[in-house]
Design a protein around this ligand. Structure first.
Ligand code: GCO
Ligand code: MG
Length: 409
């Protein structure tokens, strides 16, 4: 099954996406997601200029060989741009292989280990009543697990909190990137955040009871001792997880956090290889692996990473914000369904324009996602529709402390 074409499609229906379409001589096409929020054009160039010429003429069936070739032959290994580009190729090849087999991808990964994939949604509020409304709206939409983010008195704009009430529908949800020519500047004060957050979780537990799984994202903004303090303070509210409590490229920091708290920890959405997790997994310093299929070298690499984690009873919590395209999301769902150590899947939901460009066969019913039974990963790209939405610069915000110091993200 020779590869005869590979096209990189950059589009911006609601937000920017980088999609790779690989075509074989017998006319089978496969899609892969290489979207890297705020750095999309670097991956597009890496693919177009350096990877596509290597793909033409290769056998599309040799996925492991393609992965190893792209990873090792470049000399320069790892990093988000490289690994997103490899992920795009890898997922497109798995899509082709599954289409050629006439099966949904999860069947090739060993078949379904569960009936559905538990998903969590993002509730947020500028104050407690608004947060309660947002949680209720998510419950009405079917979500059975909820991430809780809140404004903090004294801080003007907190990332992850919708500017308008967040109802779980696209209109009021926060969008990770903003269509501005330069990244927006926000403010931050960790002590104010640490003082405020436990009270918010207490209010949420009192209102919604003990059963509802609640999650929270710390966005890498704490030092190890601050993270330890927060984890301990949140213990009475029984979180499903506390995410990205510290900038975890310092893997040893998690030893300190772990010594102080039993709040489960999730880490890894900015990581892109198994090497970033070596200490975290071997020493059992985390409970959930947050990597995205899109940023971690695709299905091939994620499967190995999650098998390594499984030896230590560490589960998956695959990254699924709107900056993962429906192609990347579908790939994650096939993996979620097949692996044994599935934990939870993030699901922010894409907007109507994204759904117009990417036709999906995955479903969300009563809090559970399912990738569907279409051969391949189950997503088709409408290229004419994509062409109507050209790339638009968009960036994540960043934050500074009161004295002007750039703070951790
Ligand atoms: C999450 C995230 C996102 C990221 C964004 C970066 O847990 O979903 O933290 O909001 O910040 O995807 O591109
Ligand atoms: Mg996160």
């Amino acid at each position: 099954m020779k590869i005869v074409a590979a096209d990189v499609i950059v589009s911006s229906p609601d937000r920017n996406f980088v999609t790779l379409k690989i075509t074989t001589a017998d006319g089978i096409t496969g899609l892969g997601d290489g979207t890297l929020n705020g750095r999309e054009l670097s991956v597009a160039s890496y693919l177009r200029d350096h990877v596509v010429p290597l793909l033409i003429g290769r056998d599309a069936h040799r996925i492991e060989d393609a992965w190893q070739f792209l990873y090792r032959s470049a000399y320069w290994r790892r990093g988000p741009v490289t690994m997103a580009a490899i992920a795009a190729v890898d997922v497109a090849l798995w899509d082709i292989k599954a289409k050629a087999a006439g099966m949904p991808l999860y069947q090739l990964l060993g078949g379904a280990s569960r009936n559905g994939i538990m998903a969590y949604g993002h509730a947020s509020g500028r104050d407690v009543p608004e947060l309660f409304d947002s949680i209720r709206a998510h419950l009405e939409q079917g979500y059975r697990s909820i991430r809780v983010q809140t404004s903090v008195p004294g801080i003007n704009a907190v990332y992850g909190v919708a500017a308008q009430p967040s109802t779980g529908g696209k209109r009021y949800d926060y969008e990770p990137a903003q269509r501005t020519p330069l990244p927006a500047e926000e403010d931050w004060d960790t002590r104010a955040y640490l003082r405020h957050l436990p009270g918010v979780f207490e209010a949420v537990r009192n209102e919604f009871g003990p059963e509802l799984p609640l999650l929270h994202d710390g966005h890498h903004r704490m030092t190890p001792i601050q993270a330890a303090k927060l984890g301990k303070a949140l213990e009475p509210y029984d979180l499903f997880w506390l995410e990205d409590c510290t900038p975890a490229e310092n893997q040893e920091a998690l030893r300190l956090v772990r010594q102080h708290t039993t709040t489960p920890l999730a880490i890894g959405e900015v990581f892109n290889t198994v090497w970033d997790y070596q200490t975290l997994i071997r020493e059992q310093l985390i409970d959930y692996v947050r990597s995205a299929v899109t940023h971690t070298g695709g299905i091939t690499a994620m499967r190995k990473l999650l098998d390594f984690a499984a030896q230590y009873q560490i589960k998956s919590g695959i990254h699924g914000p709107t900056d993962i395209s429906p192609v990347g999301m579908a790939a994650a769902l096939h993996l979620d369904l097949a692996i044994h150590n599935f934990g939870i899947q993030e699901y922010m939901r894409h907007g109507p324009l994204t759904n117009e460009v990417f036709r999906q066969s995955f479903t969300f019913t009563d809090g559970y996602l399912h990738p569907g039974e279409q051969p391949g990963i189950g997503v088709e790209l409408d290229e004419e529709a994509a062409a109507r939405f050209p790339y638009q610069p968009a960036y994540l915000p960043f934050n500074r402390l009161k004295d002007g110091t750039v703070h951790d993200w």
